[in-house]
Design a binder for this molecule. Structure first.
Ligand SMILES: [Zn+2]
Ligand SMILES: [Zn+2]
Length: 121
């Protein structure tokens, strides 16, 4: 990554966006919290709503099982190929989207950040 030329004058630091689900790295003041996109408050509220909604971590799985069955899904995080087994219950349609590891918000954000870095190199 290239350092901006004005780094020394303005004490710019490499920060990580605080917006849940973003995790983008950006150069900003030591007190800056958000990347360029999320400095726009409209973007921030919209993102936040989506992230907080149940659907962001869960998926609707329509099925007609009348018994409890165990089904293997693949993590919905792109580039993650982890498989995870879920017990599917009759008349229950909401299930986790991510593998065990990526159900953790922090680990998921971290994974996305690493993927971004990889594709940049
Ligand atoms: Zn951001
Ligand atoms: Zn995963």
């Amino acid at each position: 990554m290239q350092l901006p030329k004005y780094k020394k004058k303005k004490r710019i630091k490499l920060k990580v966006c605080q917006e849940p689900g973003c995790g983008r790295e950006f150069w900003g003041h030591p007190i800056a919290k958000y990347c360029e996109l999320h400095r726009d408050i409209k973007q921030r509220q919209k993102q936040k709503k989506e992230f907080d909604s149940i659907e962001s971590k869960n998926m609707v799985f329509r099925h007609s099982y009348t018994d409890v069955v165990e089904i293997t899904f693949q993590c919905c995080l792109s580039a993650c190929e982890n498989l995870f087994a879920i017990k599917v219950f009759p008349k229950q349609f909401l299930y986790p989207r991510f593998c065990l590891e990526h159900r953790n918000d922090f680990k998921r954000a971290n994974f996305i950040r690493l993927q971004r870095r990889k594709s940049r190199d």
